[in-house]
Design a binder for this molecule. Structure first.
Ligand SMILES: C[S@@+](CC[C@H](N)C(=O)[O-])C[C@H]1O[C@@H](n2cnc3c(N)ncnc32)[C@H](O)[C@@H]1O
Length: 237
């Protein structure tokens, strides 16, 4: 597990920036509203459990590879399991649905993770996956490049599982794959939330010099483009 997810702080800082989005329906509410129904639903790479502000009236099993995320999930009252999405400790066909939000690009081989998700779904079960695509947060990447920040993950266009190849990757294991885009952009009124976001993308604390350069590089209010998508797929076997 990279330094990135050893604690919940960096992920929480990044989630925080999205509250400046212009879409009236916040991202996690929008995703939750698009989940098909199911009595038993698995979530992989669930992070801090942002998808579940309260426990739903069906059984959710949120899992994550990070021990810190699992501790947070337990603290929210969920029975969780610490596991990698490509090696799930669950029986074949044991879930009605599975959720993989902004995480398949972290799995060494996304295709293996996708095959494993299909294995644990019953025939007719569904998968909802989300990711980003070209141009996502482009303005922030420009700042990062300009000030020389050592970002810990690639720009959206270079992710292993991204809007541009997600349908093809999912179609190898699933049927009825569809993709919709979340219409949004961020209008951040001050520099500090952007500084916090970019600092969270580095796998170590920034030095004072790096922080000063970053603060100088973020010119007050910032408009940020987004390109986030949601894919739905159905297992027929
Ligand atoms: C960008 S965060 C997304 C968190 C959450 N799904 C959300 O949308 O708020 C990615 C999450 O995937 C987890 N992760 C990374 N590699 C993983 C793997 N191979 N299997 C399962 N989880 C993984 C990280 O610990 C982190 O919590």
């Amino acid at each position: 597990m990279s330094v990135q997810y050893r604690t919940t702080g960096r992920l929480s800082a990044r989630i925080e920036l999205h509250r400046y989005g212009t879409n009236p329906t916040p991202w996690h509410d929008w995703v939750r509203g698009r989940l098909p129904s199911g009595r038993r639903v698995l979530e992989v790479g669930a992070g801090t459990g942002a998808l579940w502000p309260s426990k739903p009236d069906f059984q959710v099993v949120p899992t994550d590879l990070s021990a810190a995320m699992c501790t947070t999930l337990r603290g929210k009252g969920f029975a969780t399991a610490r596991c990698s999405a490509d090696a799930l400790p669950f029986a074949t066909g044991s879930f009605d649905g599975a959720v993989a939000c902004h995480m398949l690009y972290h799995v060494g081989d996304p295709a293996r993770g996708i095959a494993e998700l299909r294995r644990v779904l019953r025939p007719g079960g569904w998968l909802v996956a989300t990711t980003n695509g070209a141009g996502h947060m482009a303005e922030l990447w420009e700042i990062a490049v300009r000030v020389g920040l050592p970002m810990s993950f690639p720009e959206a266009v270079d992710l292993s599982f991204r809007a541009e190849n997600a349908i093809e990757l999912l179609s190898a294991e699933f049927d009825d794959v569809t993709m919709i885009r979340y219409e949004d952009e961020l209008r951040v009124p001050a520099a500090e939330p952007v500084v916090a976001y970019l600092a969270s993308c580095v796998d170590r604390d920034l030095t004072e010099d790096e922080l000063s350069a970053l603060r100088a590089g973020v010119a007050g209010a910032t408009r940020v483009s987004k390109h986030s998508v949601l894919l739905t797929a159905r297992s027929t076997v």
